[in-house]
Write a protein that binds this ligand. Structure first.
Ligand code: ADP
Ligand code: MG
Length: 397
């Protein structure tokens, strides 16, 4: 375990500049305004904790993939405005974190103001974890707090590099809460442990799925991931989204899966994503060659809901279908409701993944889930390895 923000004494915080790596990688609309402020809200406990103890938060975040050069469309300016509104305190935006201007700004201003440095990915050296950049960024603070759970699986300068040059280096309240929830799934979960995998980023998730075949009582697969498994099993999947590179891995899992692994027995197909009116359910071995599977079918929904109802612990990553558009959201909504119902019945339930989190919010059940993670890749990697590169760089206890 790493040292935590809550382990620091007040004198270690009062009057100090707390350099906090947050994850404000939020979606923006065409006008450049923040559409979903979940990740900003998730940072509030740490910010308030610091402000209440007289520390001066200096925030670092990335936004999008500007590729190491300034890109005005990926400025954190709209994020600073959104944070100011939500926090109810003044938030100043400084230049990039490696500049003397930013260092000066970190020392200026009345206590209680929050400083946000411009997008760390404008800096060459951030994603390559350049130690010189990390050392320059360390000048912005007197202590380092990592609260960017969604970025902890990345060994970048602001996540894994910086804490090596700035101590104390501790985990923030959000990171602590995330790890606690994921540990409850990873270490001695109440059984049955039912895991659901869907979504589209299949190759990335195969190693984790493999791991869960040993650990979980049931592994239920849906979404585009199921198409890949069905194709690997020799089924005709028509024009469905399939990750060709993942077929071999999927085939290997099928051989090992046995009773634990469940694939959809029926699917909702249509000529394409736009053709919602033509949607109909077919058996999984009956996908027409010129149509695509865009959701799990009603029999599968029922079967998966039944397995979820018996679970004492649930982990879910990846939507069951093309949930952004009706009627292909039905499978995802049914599963979301089943998971929420299991929580009400006392099961411990965790949802991880950007799209998965959006899906449970859309289904209106997010507040009934035990924990909705702010990180997709980070949550998955933590479940598989029990640690993350950015956590390993913090002070051990
Ligand atoms: P998460 O962000 O929760 O980790 P992913 O990014 O892996 O999830 O996958 C989410 C995406 O997968 C969504 O955009 C969703 O529309 C898409 N998807 C899921 N099932 C299908 C399908 N059957 N066909 C096409 N797209 C799908
Ligand atoms: Mg996603």
């Amino acid at each position: 375990m790493t040292r935590r923000l809550r382990d620091l004494e007040v004198p270690e915080l009062r009057g100090k500049r707390a350099l906090v790596r947050v994850d404000y990688n939020v979606p923006l609309d065409d006008q450049g305004e923040v559409v979903d402020d979940t990740r900003i809200r998730a940072s509030l406990p740490t910010l308030r904790y610091l402000l209440e103890r007289g520390a001066r938060p200096v925030l670092l975040s990335h936004l999008g993939r500007p590729g190491g050069a300034p890109d005005p469309s990926l400025s954190l300016a709209p994020v600073a405005r959104a944070l100011e509104r939500i926090l109810g305190e003044a938030v100043r935006l400084a230049g990039p974190a490696d500049t003397d201007d930013a260092v000066e700004a970190s020392r200026e201003g009345p206590p209680g103001t929050v400083l946000l440095a411009e997008n760390v990915r404008f800096l060459p050296g951030e994603t390559s974890n350049d130690p010189d950049l990390a050392r320059r960024m360390a000048r912005l603070g007197d202590l380092y707090v990592n609260d960017a759970f969604g970025a902890c699986h990345r060994a970048h300068a602001s996540t894994a590099g910086l804490p090596r040059f700035l101590r104390p280096a501790v985990a923030g309240l959000l990171v602590e809460r995330e790890l606690e929830a994921l540990d409850a799934v990873r270490e001695a979960p109440d059984r049955p442990l039912v895991v659901l995998f869907g979504g589209a980023k299949i190759g990335d998730k195969i190693p984790l799925l493999e791991d869960f075949l040993d650990r979980a009582d049931r592994v239920l697969v849906g979404g585009a991931m199921a198409n890949t498994f069905l194709k690997a099993a020799g089924e005709e999947v028509g024009a469905s989204l399939v990750e060709e590179d993942a077929l071999e891995g999927a085939g290997r899992l099928l051989e090992r899966g046995g009773e634990t692994l469940a694939l959809p027995t029926d699917l909702v197909v249509a000529p394409d994503e736009e053709a919602g009116e033509a949607a109909r359910a077919v058996a999984s071995d009956d996908v027409p060659p010129d149509e695509m599977a865009l959701d799990i079918g009603p029999a599968t929904r029922e079967a998966y809901a039944g397995a979820i109802a018996e679970a004492r612990t649930v982990f879910w990553n990846g939507p069951m279908g093309y949930f952004e558009r009706e009627p292909f959201d039905a499978g995802t909504v049914a599963v979301a409701r089943a998971v929420a119902k299991a929580s009400l019945g006392g099961a411990f339930t965790v949802v991880g993944g950007g799209d998965s989190a959006a899906a449970v919010r859309r289904a209106g059940v997010a507040d009934r889930i035990s924990h909705v993670s702010t990180g997709g890749g980070a949550a998955l990697e933590y479940l598989a390895r029990g640690t993350l590169p950015a956590l390993e760089a913090l002070e051990p206890t």
